[in-house]
Design a binder for this molecule. Structure first.
Ligand SMILES: Nc1ncnc2c1ncn2[C@@H]1O[C@H](COP(=O)(O)OP(=O)(O)OP(=O)(O)O)[C@@H](O)[C@H]1O
Ligand SMILES: [Mg+2]
Length: 238
């Protein structure tokens, strides 16, 4: 109790465009993420889930409101401080994996070190991240030689490489078949339960919301807490 939340948002607003073309995406979003939580963020397409994730991760700026990460006001932080936080405090996992095919698996995992001042034992730490996702034997392969689920595990290893405080995942199973998606979900659950990694996962996938401790839904530019049961009642079978 009393610990600084990993993420704290207050009255965050964001719009895109001007005049008649203006879209108000976030209309006053407030919420906290505590250390060790696994939270699913759900909501219709276009409701602002990725926008919110990008604001939390310092990839985008809100129009107004407060955003604090581990007690640091990221809106007032300098660009270099923000870049450091992105590098050290966050791990990002995207639907499209975003791996570079001309690099080996290990080189993909250690890529964040190119933007970091910490140069200690880069390959050792990269191999450790690969071990955590069960891909120790794949270090020298190219991403193009891997299955979809393996690619996503490489992307997760890259996200874990810098020992982040929180993993921000934007539809991490969106490009995976249901069996492979399940493996990735099981892995997220294990990371959270065993290693205490904090996760915020944007998802349409009922199986993620059912393992989450909290499910929050984006609706009309606001966040509402919901329950997996309430989602199930609306979503029907999935
Ligand atoms: N860079 C941008 N410029 C203009 N409009 C944008 C931009 N990014 C997002 N939008 C608009 O903001 C709204 C929210 O987009 P966002 O990508 O956050 O939705 P989402 O909930 O992630 O949707 P999906 O489930 O389809 O990924 C949409 O109406 C989108 O068209
Ligand atoms: Mg999105």
């Amino acid at each position: 109790m009393g610990e600084t939340p990993v993420v704290r948002l207050r009255d965050v607003t964001k719009s895109y465009g001007e005049g008649a073309a203006k879209t108000q995406v976030l209309r006053g979003v407030s919420f906290d993420i505590d250390k060790g939580e696994l939270i699913a963020l759900v909501g219709q397409s276009g409701s602002g889930k990725s926008t919110l994730l990008n604001i939390i991760g310092g990839l985008d700026r809100p129009d107004a409101g407060e955003v604090e990460v581990l007690g640091v006001d990221t809106l007032k932080a300098s660009d270099s401080k923000l870049a450091n936080m992105r590098n050290q405090k966050f791990g990002f996992v995207f639907q499209a994996f975003n791996l570079l095919d001309h690099l080996s698996v290990l080189e993909n995992v250690t890529l964040p070190s190119a933007f970091s001042r910490t140069t200690k034992d880069i390959n050792g730490r990269g191999r450790e991240a690969l071990r955590r996702v069960g891909l120790s034997d794949f270090a020298k392969r190219r991403p193009g030689e891997l299955s979809g689920g393996q690619k996503q595990r490489v992307a997760i290893a890259r996200a874990l490489f810098g020992s982040p405080e929180i993993l921000l995942c934007d539809e991490p199973t969106g490009n995976l078949d249901s069996e492979t998606g399940k493996e990735v979900i099981d892995f997220f659950r294990e990371l959270n339960a065993k290693d205490g990694v904090t996760l915020l996962i944007v998802t349409h996938e009922r199986r993620i919301s059912s393992v989450a401790q909290r499910v929050i839904a984006m609706r009309d530019g606001m966040l509402v807490e919901t329950t997996d049961e309430a989602l199930a009642a609306h979503a029907g079978p999935s």
